[in-house]
Design a protein around this ligand. Sequence first.
Ligand SMILES: Nc1ncnc2c1ncn2[C@@H]1O[C@H](COP(=O)(O)OP(=O)(O)OP(=O)(O)O)[C@@H](O)[C@H]1O
Length: 584
Amino acid sequence: MRSGLRRGLLGPQGVVTVLGTLALVLVIVIAPHVWGDAATTTSVADRLDGPSAAHPFGTDDLGRDVLARVLVAARLSVLLALGSTVIAVLGGVVLGVVATVLPRPLRRLVSALIDILLSFPWLLLALFFSVIWGANAIGAMLAVGFAGVPSIARLTYTLASSVADRDYVRAARIAGVGRAGVVVRHVIPNILPPLLVSTAAHASAALLSFAGLSFLGLGVQAPDFDWGRLLREGIARIYVNPMAALGPGIAIVLTGLVLNAIGSLTGETASRTPRRPAGRRARPAKRASAGERPEPAAVVEVEDLRVSFPDAEGRLVERVRGVGFSIRPGETVGIVGASGSGKSVTAMAVAGLLGAEAHVSAAAVRFQGIDMTSAPTAAERSRLGLELAVVFQDPLTSLNPSLTVGRQLTEVSEVHERVPRARARSRARQVLESVGIAEPHRRARQYPHQLSGGMRQRAMIGMGLMGRPRLVIADEPTTALDVTVQRQVLRVLHEARRRTGSAILFISHDIALVSGFCDRVLVMKDGEIVEELEAARLDEARHPYTRALIACVPHMTTDRSRPLPVIGDLAEPDRQDVAEEARA
Ligand SMILES: Nc1ncnc2c1ncn2[C@@H]1O[C@H](COP(=O)(O)OP(=O)(O)OP(=O)(O)O)[C@@H](O)[C@H]1O
């Protein structure tokens, strides 16, 4: 963060922002002391003077220097605008984040409430609140602050919802991080840059609204004065002495520009160099001893799993239909099938990671004896954090961009085992080394965007190895990688299985890859498992769809001048001749 900030400050935008901010702060601090008398002392002899060397912006109807009043008014104007911004941002962020973590019906209710409040013009809301709290400076600050809550809440809710579905948030949930921990460590740091920019924009809008309220006589009252009041006083003489009105107007515009520049600079800095949260250590759940439980015969047992999602009209559509399989300890099972066949949904059901919109019914979905269709107890969550690992398809979204790689690895040990941070760090470095990441000390201190795609995927596998995994779910872990890196990642997965004895559920649309890597293959089509066979006996596949999938894999003798076979055609029994031809 520090280096990003330094880089930002040294650029032209940074220099202008710093100079503008210093000038504004200087005026706020010294103006009442230096120009306080000139701004408040009345002089009948100097009434309504035009601009002169002694009074560059002229004088008002009591002979007070307008420029001095503009400078002195900076303190009250800026402080009131900042006060209302703090109210709006605190209220909005709390409302937006709370709405994100609420159960679905309540979330909808809060979201609808925010939308209703948003449909009222901001200034109208501010006027409404200012009538409630009275026509004075504090009343106006509360009014402008509360009127800004809905827009910040909507922004926070939208940003937080977009982050809440990311793979690294799901990974944190698997690791057993509680809701508050997920919000503080994984959601808020990742929505910070746009929030900062929006806060600054809000501050300058609040400055303007304040000026508006005071201009209307609903804000700051005499003898106090802010830029809005000065505008009100000067507007009557705009044709005689334009500077009496333009002076406070210029002050509002310049201050708004400075606030916006501060916002975009801090927002850019935060997005360039993600925050390293101070993050209090989560209270670890009691460590479950592996020796206490006998190893079950199957790591995963799934019976008659059905998953439906509502369509646009709200009707439930069954996407996974009566799926059943089991995985033995240490076994590598592949699920293969075309896009949309239900592979990921099945795997996420096993991990207990389907969203609230999924309707799940099953005779059984058990991982190590834990019922994955119901909310896990604290002890079960702790076991899941240690024994279940998920490697997602996109390595860039699988890791939290705002935490260092090392910090993400140590989270598992710190949350679930009473491992002190220093020991967890040294274990993280060992694990990084074991998954083939060179210079683990340096890499552990880096953020995910500083690693290559293959390294990120290996770091993700490393996260799983920080516990004592009994199952690694790898959901198309190599799809986004080039062929050489694919091989490295598969080798790392293979080696991890050999060392830990963990089972692997490997998902892919590539039957050649699956058969080379797995012991057993489940073939899925339209939400059903249509065939299950040993990987070594793929030649014995009976189902037309499996045979079509195999036929589509090009090999050394494939005639490359002919168009590739289409699975839809090949899967039809009467088109098997084409499949046989293609295989030949
Ligand atoms: N949250 C959701 N809401 C609605 N429909 C969903 C949701 N998640 C998945 N589906 C639907 O369920 C079906 C199965 O999806 P799934 O992601 O399991 O497919 P897949 O076989 O893994 O495909 P791919 O290889 O493209 O990832 C698809 O038709 C998909 O559109």
